[in-house]
Design a protein around this ligand. Structure first.
Ligand code: AMP
Length: 576
């Protein structure tokens, strides 16, 4: 299995979006006409109008019983006309629960296609800046698959791709586009793989033109690993031997071959750069030819932009792809756009996409087709996939920002339903990110920077209040974080000042919301939080720090590590 992908295909797809979407729906309905699920509504018909009239818009709980029946061994045609060969599992960090979705090779092919298109687009945009033999240092991770009760493979979407022939035979492989050999990506022990990714990246430092990961968090994790291991990494490079604790033999042999032999000069350079007091610009100092950082920084990941800017001396950050366990959605055709301006052009050949205007949630008649969305309007995506999801609400709110040929482009606005509320106010993800941007400006006057955050609506006492868990790190490596009370209280206030009018009214006039609290947690807490989610079945590649916490078990992980607390000292002014 291999994919041949050319950029001109993207032009054809986006120019003919309307026809392609109609064809996709027809194909899906014909394929699934006789499934138990669809028969109830369509009685074998593949008519679009009937589909729109009869098939209900659903959420996970509506289809879960059907999905679970197939996972437990009933035939695929309970929900899908095509044979289900595996399940993908969502990280659960964006909605709180792990969901599983039936798929087959076509899903993996689609993911391979998305990654190949995105790689062609980045190469095109950076071709004048990078040398042809340049490589990406990509922090990609794999996990062991588990099995459903019926014995079908269950894994994250990325693991399903890495384990497939599409990855093995990917078009870019012959140019060895990554500094790491596939054995490092495939190693299921993520500690060993991050170490080996770094070792391969350091030993080929002159070739690295881009530093990449799926989500921004994985890149921050890699820099943290570099801070822990740089002495050992440089000693491996000095001696030409990989550390004993790298026990995955395929991985170790492949990395040893890349190291070649001892390289004391390179080891000296690494030691010199890493022993600087400040790690500002460490990425460009260690990898001087790096021209871009590639990872998703839209949505929840926006919180990591200042830290990435700090480590990379503000290299352009490119957010290329948008997808989920349910379906691939789109690609960014303009990689050089600023993180806040990034839009994703939907790929009309992947699934049938409809859009529910968010102001008309109750009225299903207002659902529109992909090509009928209106510029500037906000929608929630509704997906009909090849594998048994019909008119399924994804839970992401998007805004239409433009059109590429005839296909709309969307900005990721926020995850639906992830809001903080202790009273009648509803603080959205967007409000939180806005608040965080102004609080981190206040924090700049101190010696520390924010490396992780999440929040929680504490209603255990009255009035309820918002709690932000912050992990801080000194800007200079050898410094310890100084917790300046005034600065942190100002940060609390800056957060509150960014919230909406109702929050401010309830907080100020009516005393119905208590003062916002920042709880500073020990360093490493957000890594522990990630490990906690991974232990529950998540994957490192897909992990996103949950923006809000709503389970007591997760809270306990954080509460254990709180080292200081600060409260807002005054109510924010009312919006006039
Ligand atoms: P999962 O199914 O665990 O991979 O999570 C998918 C969810 O991650 C999506 O529904 C989005 O909420 C989020 N996500 C994926 N890609 C992006 C992106 N490029 N920008 C913002 N959020 C994203």
């Amino acid at each position: 299995m291999s994919l041949s992908v050319e950029l001109k295909d993207l032009e054809v797809l986006t120019t003919n979006a309307n026809q392609i979407q109609d064809d996709v729906l027809k194909e899906i309905l014909t394929l699934n006409a006789n499934t138990e699920y669809l028969k109830r509504f369509l009685d074998g018909s593949s008519d679009k109008e009937l589909f729109k009239k009869n098939v209900p818009v659903v959420s996970y709980n509506d289809v879960k019983p059907y999905i679970e029946r197939v996972a437990n061994g009933e035939p695929s045609d309970v929900i899908s006309g095509g044979t289900i060969t595996r399940f993908v599992q969502s990280t659960g960090t964006s909605g709180g629960i792990h969901k599983i979705f039936p798929v087959n090779d076509k899903y993996i092919e689609n993911l391979g296609y998305l990654l190949a298109v995105s790689s062609l687009i980045t190469s095109k945009h950076f071709s004048d800046k990078i040398d042809e033999k340049g490589k990406k240092m990509a922090f990609l991770y794999n996990r062991l698959e588990s099995k459903t009760p019926s014995g079908l493979a269950l894994s994250s979407s990325f693991t399903s791709y890495f384990m497939s022939d599409y990855f093995k035979n990917r078009p870019s492989k012959c140019n060895s586009e990554y500094t790491s050999p596939d054995q490092v990506i495939l190693c299921p022990d993520n500690n060993q793989s991050v170490y080996c990714h770094l070792l391969c990246g350091l030993s080929q430092r002159e070739k690295v033109v881009g530093v990449s990961a799926t989500f921004a968090h994985a890149l921050i994790k890699a820099i943290n690993a570099l801070q822990i291991y740089w002495k050992e990494l440089s000693s491996n490079i000095r001696s030409g031997h990989v550390s004993e604790w790298i026990t995955d033999l395929d991985c170790k042999n492949a990395v040893s071959a890349i190291l070649g032999g001892p390289d004391p000069e390179l080891a000296d350079v690494i030691e010199q750069e890493c022993s600087h007091k400040s790690w500002e610009g460490i990425i460009t100092r260690l990898w001087p030819k790096a021209k871009f950082i590639e990872c998703i920084v839209t949505g929840q990941m926006a919180q990591y932009i200042p830290t990435l800017d700090f480590y990379s001396n503000k290299l352009p950050i490119v957010s290329m792809v948008y997808g989920s366990s349910e379906s691939i959605f789109g690609v960014n055709v303009d990689p050089l756009s600023k993180p806040q301006d990034v839009s994703y052009t939907f790929l009309p050949n992947i699934s049938y996409f409809e859009f529910l205007p968010i102001d008309h949630e109750e009225d299903m008649n207002t659902i529109v087709d992909l090509v009928d969305v209106k510029l500037g309007c906000y929608y929630e995506t509704v997906v009909t996939s090849y594998f048994g999801l019909h008119r399924y609400l994804i839970g992401d709110i998007l805004q239409v920002t433009g059109f590429y040929n005839n296909t709309p482009q969307f900005r990721f606005v926020r995850r639906k339903n992830i809001v903080l509320s202790v009273n009648s106010e509803a603080t959205t993800e967007q409000d939180i990110l806005k608040g965080l941007a102004s609080a981190t400006l206040v924090l700049e006057s101190s010696n520390s920077m924010l490396t992780g955050f999440t929040c929680y609506a504490d209603i255990s006492s009255f009035p309820g209040h918002y709690v932000f868990y912050w992990e801080l790190k000194a800007k200079d490596v050898d410094d310890v974080v100084e917790l300046d009370e005034n600065v942190l209280e100002e940060c609390c206030y800056a957060l509150e000042e960014s919230f909406d009018a109702l929050y401010k009214r309830l907080r100020s006039k009516e005393g119905s919301i208590g003062a916002l609290e920042i709880k500073v947690v020990q360093q490493g807490t957000f890594d522990s939080l990630m490990e906690y989610f991974i232990s529950k079945g998540g994957s490192v590649a897909q992990y996103k720090t949950p923006m809000c916490i709503n389970s007591s078990e997760t809270l306990a992980v954080l509460e254990d590590k709180v080292i200081a607390r600060f409260y807002s000292q005054k109510s924010p002014p009312l919006n006039l």
